[in-house]
Design a protein around this ligand. Structure first.
Ligand SMILES: Cc1cc2nc3c(=O)[nH]c(=O)nc-3n(C[C@H](O)[C@H](O)[C@H](O)COP(=O)(O)OP(=O)(O)OC[C@H]3O[C@@H](n4cnc5c(N)ncnc54)[C@H](O)[C@@H]3O)c2cc1C
Length: 611
């Protein structure tokens, strides 16, 4: 087994890990090794509208799945998909790019629960440190909460889609005023609505790879090892003298290597990967580890527990002339998106010579749009089409924050994408051929209770780090979450009813449920029907957090309790889920984690904004 020595070994080049490794290696005297199971991102990763193609692809996605608990009755196979990014940039490379930090009250409640140094005023400088906002006249911005100089691109898509603008108008008419949801004040119970700020730069994805690693790839003191699957953390000593010494990993050819960390090992493998790696290394609930044949090194029962995630229930509306049709989107993604088997162009570009004039014209238009996006950053490809949002309080509890987020998706997808990516079968639609006609527009309003109380878990299925762990999502375990979901769906319907112009078309109610609840479109859905829709068809918003929670697994400096030289720095350390999308907070954790490490070891990294 080969062995190399560094000051720091970081596992996982995702939203937090890429930031951490990049910042630590700003000190030229410090040797950092960054292990990442995936490789460099594929070209499609750069194009926001191509986002769905990165899921369900073993090159870019871990393709986990989980037990959905009280939901998932209608999803194919009854299992919830749990995609996680597997590449340099991690999940920031496959996500939908919404840039949402969370409510100031989320962080204040972390601090109140014991996470010293993590209040809103403590973490705001770290959000700002990363951010490179391109100013936009299309959204309200609280200037003092933002930064235009940081490496992470944040922008609003251009041109703004009319339907997204209409969503904001409709939300406003339904009582949710426009504003900066990343501002210092996210508003009282009425909340705030806006077009999304997205992690994009010039219309292209700004993952943590592009923002933090690519520009420093030639640093001599930063060794990035792609296709390196960490197998376990190694230790020396025992009891109070237990100390992490390095990481064993397997390369693409199956050879095992050991990298030694003279100062620290940092796990940034995400909310699934970090607890799994701790547990296969012997850190977790000793009895549970024994069941799969792992010898306990340190009994820490909360590892993998307290899993939180967000769940949304799509409200699909016929919206011809409002939403973007899939035909329009396909042309905008360039000729390759139009090739067989899904599209009209031949699978082999060599056959394009004999195209009939109509298809030659289609191809030319696709090329024109692709070039326009590549050269100006503008056009349909420049966002994931998840383009607008509203936050507000249901009044059902959790007054420190907004407990509901309502997202807006400006297109309807194809039957293939619904089935293969979201596990929703054709039979959701009364008449799929008409309702999902690629020439017609559909929009989806996404009610999402953002302060769920139900908790799931990650446990080991095997002592082998390469085996998928058991993910129990346990949605709707707490009845409170069901009440908030129904309230969120009601508000979503209110927003739809307040749509400007000619309004939206019919709400699509799955025929089986419509029949069971005697749905009458003129009267609208009952609460019981909404709950049943949620129990059948709600899907993950992909925000898994809290599986190595601060206070239980790590202290407020992110050090693993009872083990020297070992920290966790990623979404898994959140004491509770933030009331919004989780990428920005994960990047903030990477920034703050880097300063905590730098301060302890006297590193001279660039600007220190906090510690
Ligand atoms: C489909 C999807 C859409 C999303 N959309 C949004 C959105 O629009 N906005 C938003 O804010 N959030 C979104 N999220 C969530 C957000 O991106 C994540 O919360 C965030 O990226 C988590 O960051 P992390 O650093 O904790 O983990 P990750 O970014 O997942 O990083 C973990 C890294 O560790 C690597 N790794 C894991 N195990 C090992 C191992 N054993 N050895 C070596 N490497 C390993 C992984 O490959 C990965 O690169 C989305 C998530 C998904 C899946």
């Amino acid at each position: 087994m080969s062995s190399e020595q560094f000051d720091f070994v970081v596992v996982g080049a995702g939203s937090a890990g890429a930031v951490l490794a990049s910042r630590l290696s700003e000190d030229p005297g410090c040797r950092v090794c960054l292990l990442e199971a995936g490789g460099p991102p594929p070209p499609a990763e750069m194009m926001p509208a191509a986002v769905a193609s990165l899921q369900n692809n073993p090159e870019t996605d871990w393709m986990f799945d989980g037990d959905p608990g009280g939901v998932g009755k209608g999803v194919i196979g009854g299992r919830m998909m749990v995609p996680r990014g597997k590449m340099l940039g991690g999940t920031s490379g496959i996500n939908y790019m919404a840039y949402v930090r969370g409510h100031p009250g989320d962080f204040d409640s972390w601090a109140e629960s014991g996470a010293a140094g993590w209040s809103y005023n403590d973490v705001l400088p770290y959000f700002k440190k990363s951010e490179g906002l391109s100013p936009s006249g299309d959204v309200v911005i609280d200037g003092d909460a933002h930064n235009t100089e940081g490496p992470l691109g944040v922008s609003v898509r251009g041109p703004v889609l009319t339907s997204a603008q209409q969503f904001v108008q409709a939300a406003s008419a339904a009582g949710i005023p426009p504003g900066d949801y990343n501002g210092r004040n996210r508003g009282g119970p009425d909340g705030v609505s806006s077009l999304f700020q997205t992690t994009t730069k010039n219309g292209m994805r700004s993952s943590t790879y592009h923002a933090f690693l690519e520009p420093v790839a030639d640093r001599q003191n930063l060794t990035i090892v792609p296709h390196a699957m960490a197998q376990r953390v190694t230790f020396e000593g025992e009891g109070e003298a237990l100390r992490a010494t390095g990481v064993e990993y397997r390369d693409a050819d199956g050879n095992t290597h050991h990298v030694t960390a003279t100062k620290e090992v940092v796990l940034s493998a995400g909310a699934v990967g970090s607890p799994q790696l701790l547990m296969v290394s012997g850190v977790g609930d000793a009895d549970e580890l024994a069941e799969v044949g792992v010898d306990s090194v340190h009994h820490l029962p909360a590892v993998g527990k307290h899993l939180k995630d967000h769940l949304h229930t799509g409200l699909y509306f016929e919206a011809d002339g409002v939403g973007e049709s899939m035909a329009e989107i396909a042309v905008s993604l360039g000729p390759d998106a139009l090739r067989a088997p899904a599209g009209p162009l031949p699978a082999d570009p060599a056959e394009d010579e004999n195209l009939p004039p109509e298809l030659a014209g289609l191809k030319a238009e696709a090329e024109r749009r692709l070039t326009e996006w590549a050269t100006t950053g503008r056009g349909i490809p420049s966002s994931s089409l998840y383009d607008a949002v509203a936050f507000f309080s249901s009044g059902l509890g959790d007054e420190h924050s907004h407990d509901i987020q309502i997202g807006f998706l400006a297109c309807g997808y194809t039957p293939d994408i619904w089935r293969d990516v979201f596990r929703i079968d054709d039979n959701y639609f009364e008449d799929p051929a008409t309702q999902l006609d690629p020439m017609k527009g559909v929009v989806v309003i996404l009610p999402n209770p953002v302060l769920p109380r139900s908790e799931g878990s990650i446990t080991l299925a095997s002592a082998d780090a390469s085996a998928k762990p058991i993910i129990n999502l346990n949605y709707f375990d707490d009845p409170h979450d069901v009440k908030v979901m129904v309230a969120a769906m009601r508000k979503g319907l209110e927003i739809a009813a307040a749509w400007p112009g000619d309004g939206l078309g019919a709400l699509m109610v799955p025929p089986k449920l419509a029949k069971a609840h005697r749905y009458d479109a003129a009267e609208g859905p009952s609460d019981a029907l909404l709950e049943d829709m949620a129990r059948h068809y709600s899907i993950t918003v992909y925000h898994l957090v809290s599986t190595c929670r601060m206070g239980d697994v790590v202290d407020s400096d992110l050090k693993v309790f009872g083990i020297d030289g070992l920290r966790v720095v990623d979404a898994s350390i959140m004491p509770n889920i933030v009331s919004g999308n989780t990428n920005a907070a994960s990047i903030m954790i990477g920034e703050k984690g880097a300063e905590l490490v730098a301060a302890e070891h006297g590193l001279s990294i660039g600007e220190m904004v906090g510690v």
